[in-house]
Ligand binder design. Structure first.
Ligand SMILES: NC(=O)c1ccc[n+]([C@@H]2O[C@H](COP(=O)([O-])OP(=O)(O)OC[C@H]3O[C@@H](n4cnc5c(N)ncnc54)[C@H](O)[C@@H]3O)[C@@H](O)[C@H]2O)c1
Length: 253
């Protein structure tokens, strides 16, 4: 028994990368999963909920349609997001608005639409996909880090607002995860192999994180066994945020 059998879950951004791995884990553990994404290429066993998180009407329609069929929502995994590489001198104000519209307001739209359905669950939970970029100064990520810092702060505020209503809200802050999102950044680099090595070396563990590792953490926070955990951030970053290594002895595994 996984504890997730029969749980009604929506994962935003469930068609690719971390979201996809989370959907696969949750389906394998017996949950009924809706994958809300602008892509309909969602994992087998999940229900495709086509919507763009920048469109409040489409998000609400997708969430209401799925939840009405089940009479409730047990878990929202607020994961859809996009990257942006650059410092403060890069990008336009349209880029700022686009990234915040997806990464921050997208999570707010899904959260607002999901809330009435979460309140019908006996054991509701929300998982916010934050980032190591919300907790550490990462070069060349000003806009992206600002958006993820907003998600991180939103998780704390939501956990305070909703604890009295029985809803737990937690964040996962991944390090560098081997997904199409990072693959795109690597492919665009002048020396992709060098950047891939650099991305692996960011983690004291010496390797990029696999999406399935984040999927396991999502499954844990989605499980009613985690009901005393709220307002917490699970850093799955190979020690990036916490470990300092001796020079020349960088890799432990
Ligand atoms: N990959 C990493 O290293 C990493 C690290 C920390 C945090 N994250 C976060 O994890 C989340 C997922 O990232 P990933 O690496 O799996 O990316 P990904 O590009 O592989 O997948 C993102 C998914 O979100 C969907 N999506 C994007 N914009 C959308 C929109 N407007 N409406 C609906 N769906 C939309 C995409 O279609 C895609 O299926 C993001 O929030 C990202 O910030 C990623």
């Amino acid at each position: 028994m996984s504890g997730l059998e029969g749980r009604i879950v929506i994962v935003t951004g469930g068609a690719s990368g971390i979201g996809r791995a989370s959907v696969e884990r949750l389906v394998a553990d017996g949950a009924t999963v809706g994958a809300l994404d602008r892509s309909t290429a969602v994992p087998e066993g999940a229900v495709s909920l086509p919507a763009d998180v920048t469109d409040a009407v489409a998000v609400t329609r997708a969430i209401d349609g799925f939840c009405a069929r089940h009479g409730r929502l047990d878990v929202l995994v607020n994961n859809a997001g996009v990257g942006f590489v650059g410092g403060i001198e890069d990008g336009t104000e349209d880029d700022w608005r686009r990234v915040f519209d997806i990464n921050v307001f997208g999570q707010m739209r899904a959260m607002r639409a999901a809330l009435p359905w979460l309140e019908k669950s006996q054991t509701p939970a929300v998982v916010v996909m934050s980032s190591c970029a919300a907790l550490n100064g990462i070069p060349d990520r000003v806009l992206y880090s600002a958006s993820k810092g907003a998600c991180q702060a939103m998780m704390l505020a939501l956990s305070a607002d909703l604890v009295g209503r029985g809803i737990v809200v937690n964040a996962i802050a991944p390090g560098t995860v081997d997904t199409p999102f990072m693959g795109e950044i690597i492919a665009k680099a002048p020396d992709p192999d060098a950047l891939e090595r650099e991305f692996a070396a960011r983690q004291p563990t010496g390797r990029m994180i696999q999406p399935a590792e984040i999927g396991h953490a999502v499954a844990y926070l989605a499980n009613p066994v985690a009901r005393s955990t709220t307002g917490a951030t699970l850093e799955i970053d190979g020690g990036m945020g916490t470990i300092r290594l001796k020079r020349g002895k960088d890799v432990i595994g």
